[in-house]
Write a protein that binds this ligand. Structure first.
Ligand code: NDP
Length: 248
């Protein structure tokens, strides 16, 4: 990489939680981060914070549940910055319930937001990466997609689907300098998990080999490596970052 080249990293779900930590970390590592989610306010605040610390950041408001919206955000990014090097598909939702009682609506919402969105973003983003003959796709899955989780049929199916999508992209794009990998977090303390009942949190903690709950920076560190220039021989992999919970 030439000294003047700044890698552009587009991160979905960057308004809070894991996505925000990924954005802060990639910005600290010298990337121009493009912060995306549906909420302009938190994204603008984060962009300001990054710029104040000497980093580079832009905002791209988009709803990943809409194919047109996320595609436009990526197109606009490429038009204004002239490149796309890293795509982190992190936006996600849960709509938990036992499979036998799960509505079509809850199934479709989670599959659409957590899986179809990543396919659409990868389809648009990979074309841009191929132009630069360099790319790092990172899809954020979950240990639920690897070992399953009672009450999360929709979520686990979407996250397992991300793994199949990623392996396929790795095979299709590897010869073009574009890698595709999954980072699969275990239990991480964020808005998504804070409403879990205390007994479930205690049970999870008792399963962790490292003896502590995960924090967002644990996932950001994994994404920083997987999306780095030096990770060029790593593709089609799922990096499980779960404090030794599953050891799957
Ligand atoms: P949060 O609920 O804290 O944040 C979710 C992010 O996704 C927000 O930035 C939200 O932005 C964005 N988002 C949700 N829906 C949409 C949408 N339709 N369009 C655009 N953005 C959207 O989640 P976490 O940080 O905990 O999770 C991040 C990722 O990590 C998810 O994919 C999740 O499945 C995965 N994960 C999390 C684990 C955990 O323990 N926390 C464990 C395993 C995986 P906004 O509302 O502003 O649009």
């Amino acid at each position: 990489m030439s000294e003047t080249l700044t890698r552009v990293a587009f991160i979905t779900g960057a308004s809070r939680g894991i996505g925000k930590a990924i954005a802060l970390r990639l910005a600290k590592d010298g990337r121009h981060v493009v912060l995306s989610s549906r909420s302009e306010g938190p994204l603008s605040e984060l962009a300001e914070q990054i710029r104040a610390a000497g980093g580079k950041a832009s905002v791209a408001v988009a709803d990943v549940a809409s194919s047109a919206s996320i595609t436009k955000a990526l197109d606009d990014t490429f038009a204004s910055l002239g490149r796309l090097d890293v795509l982190v598909n992190n936006a996600g939702i849960t709509k938990d319930g036992l499979a036998l009682r799960m509505s079509d609506e809850d199934w479709n919402a989670v599959i659409n937001t957590n899986l179809t969105s990543a396919f659409v973003a990868c389809r648009a983003g990979a074309r841009m990466m191929m132009k630069g003959r360099f790319g790092r796709i990172v899809n954020i899955a979950s240990t639920s997609g690897i070992v399953g989780n009672a009450g999360q049929a929709n979520y686990a199916a979407a996250k397992a689907g991300l793994i199949g999508l990623t392996k396929t992209l790795a095979r299709e794009l590897g010869g073009k300098g574009v890698t595709a990998n999954v980072v699969a977090p275990g239990y991480i303390q964020t808005d998504m998990t804070e409403n879990l009942p205390p007994e479930i949190k205690d049970k999870i903690k008792s399963l962790l080999a490292v003896g502590r709950l995960g924090v967002v920076e644990d996932i950001a560190a994994a994404v920083a490596y997987v999306s780095s220039d030096e990770a060029s021989f790593l593709t089609g992999q799922t990096l499980i970052v779960d404090g030794g919970m599953t050891m799957a």
